[in-house]
Write a protein that binds this ligand. Structure first.
Ligand SMILES: *Cc1c(COP(=O)(O)O)cnc(C)c1O
Length: 465
């Protein structure tokens, strides 16, 4: 499998190279040159397979000959062996039409573990036996940071620098990052910063020729292709359990950076019969506006109880626009340069109509989010987190006839205990695997939100290329 950039001019890469890369050198994002196709018989053949065997079958075409199927299976067994549920991603029925797909049984309690546990092992595999030293730099509003740190702690050849806005992540989220004391993990709390400030600093480091020339920089946010690939698996896993390929299924996806729902789009492109993908946003609704009216214009981020969706620029939307616009890299680059300078753009008719064949969207405010949490709790006996509640609210409001709808449950309710308690009156207990989070020593550096201070700190600790 070969990988090309959405902006058309970066070098073509293979799977190994695309896993270790961050942004493409032309500023675009990588995706496969063509979507692998799966037949109805092959989908039927996934029935009854374990999560690991489903993962091997779905991911094999993307990996090509960079690894054998045996190696891939061993890696998936190790990655998903750390999940606290035997099914890895269990499907829970809520009523006749609604299901939850629980993606939060990994070590850090959010769906990001599904991809990052595997990506950590891929990094190690591709770096073993080389003298390459990767410097992973990321900004986090909470969940990506803890999942990446858990996946990369103690791995050879990787130093991780994770930037979070000081005081803007929850206690659980911060402790999940700062109590990991492995010597290759460096947490940086940025003073007075928002998540956007942290992300802007990371982008500036990647774009700085001097800094990015000295260190082999790599990314673990969802611009990384391997992360999206690992997320395609659970769309197949859930759909075959509910009757695919004979019966089409809809999915409702709590969305921020458009990575998770883009993986659903890829599953559909491969041949999985998906009736609809519901893009559920909170009040930070740039994607809902784009998909319903074609207006992709950046608003100001409003903090909400679903912080992992408090985003006003969705990186992975670029991958969809590329595929819907006839894969015309130069045209997309021009369209996005317009957005980057004016913070606003219109989707083309081809993009808007193309998206409408598979996607629908909704914007869920605080009241409807709380109502969904209460409905799940009192009518279906399930405690759900604020992000999943936004997905469920959109799923229950969508007009899809009698198509079964699976809402992706993206975080464990205990990760957002305050919001759950406010809505339901009940505080979810932290699962035992989180253990003595509140008794463990924390370690992090507090730095001013300034390019010079942060790069100096990193340069003193990272290994030059
Ligand atoms: C990251 C995250 C999301 C949003 O996923 P995207 O791939 O960025 O759209 C939703 N819910 C939770 C709990 C998350 O951590």
């Amino acid at each position: 499998m070969r990988y090309i950039s959405t902006r058309g001019t970066a070098p073509i890469l293979d799977f190994e190279q695309v896993t270790l890369a961050g942004l493409a050198s032309d500023g675009g994002l990588y995706l496969p040159e063509a979507w692998p196709q799966v037949t109805a018989d092959e989908i039927a053949g996934l029935r009854g397979l374990s999560y690991v065997d489903t993962a091997v079958a779905v991911m094999a075409p993307f990996i090509g000959d960079t690894m054998t199927q045996e190696e891939l299976k061993a890696m998936c067994t190790q990655a998903y062996g750390r999940f606290a549920h035997a099914a890895v991603a269990p499907l829970v029925q809520l009523d006749q039409r609604h299901w939850l797909l629980e993606l939060f049984h990994g070590p850090t309690l959010a769906f990001k573990d599904v991809a990052l546990q595997l990506v950590g092992l891929l990094f190690e595999r591709f770096l073993a036996g080389t003298d390459k030293q990767l410097t992973v730099i990321g900004a986090t509003s909470g969940d990506t940071g803890s999942a990446a740190i858990d996946a990369l702690a103690g791995r050879m050849g990787v130093e991780v620098f994770m930037l979070h806005p000081k005081g803007r992540v929850s206690d659980v989220q911060r402790r999940q990052m700062t109590t990991v004391l492995a010597p290759n993990i460096h947490n940086i709390a940025l003073e007075g910063a928002s998540f956007d400030d942290a992300q802007a600093l990371v982008k500036a480091m990647f774009n700085d020729a001097d800094f990015s020339g000295r260190f082999a920089l790599s990314a673990v946010n969802s611009i990384n292709w391997a992360r999206l690939m690992a997320q395609i698996v659970y769309y197949f896993y859930a759909a075959v359990r509910l009757g695919a390929p004979e019966r089409p299924i809809a999915f409702s996806v709590p969305t921020g950076n458009f990575g998770d729902v883009f993986a659903g789009y890829v599953a559909a492109k491969m041949g999985l019969p998906i009736a609809k993908l519901i893009v559920a946003t909170n009040v930070n609704d740039i994607l809902h506006r784009a998909l319903s009216t074609g207006d992709y214009s950046q608003g100001t981020v409003v903090p909400t109880p679903s912080p992992s969706m408090d985003i006003q620029v969705s990186s992975n939307f670029e991958r969809l626009l590329f595929d819907l616009g006839g894969r015309d890299g130069p045209a997309l680059a021009a369209q996005l340069h317009g957005f980057e300078s004016s913070k606003a753009m219109r989707l083309t008719n081809a993009q808007l109509q193309g998206a409408a064949t598979l996607f629908t969207s909704d914007r869920i405010g605080l009241d409807d989010m709380a109502l969904a949490m209460r409905w799940a709790h009192s009518d279906a006996g399930q405690t759900i987190d604020p992000h999943s509640a936004i997905g469920l609210a959109a799923a229950r409001r969508a007009d899809l006839g009698d198509v079964p709808v699976v809402t992706l449950a993206t975080a464990h309710p205990a990760k957002f205990g305050d919001a759950v308690e406010r809505a339901t009156g009940m505080r979810p207990a932290l699962p035992a695997r989180i253990g003595n989070l509140y008794d463990r020593e924390e370690r992090f550096a507090s730095l001013p939100t300034r390019f010079a201070d942060v790069t100096e700190y990193i340069a003193a600790r990272a290994t030059p290329r």
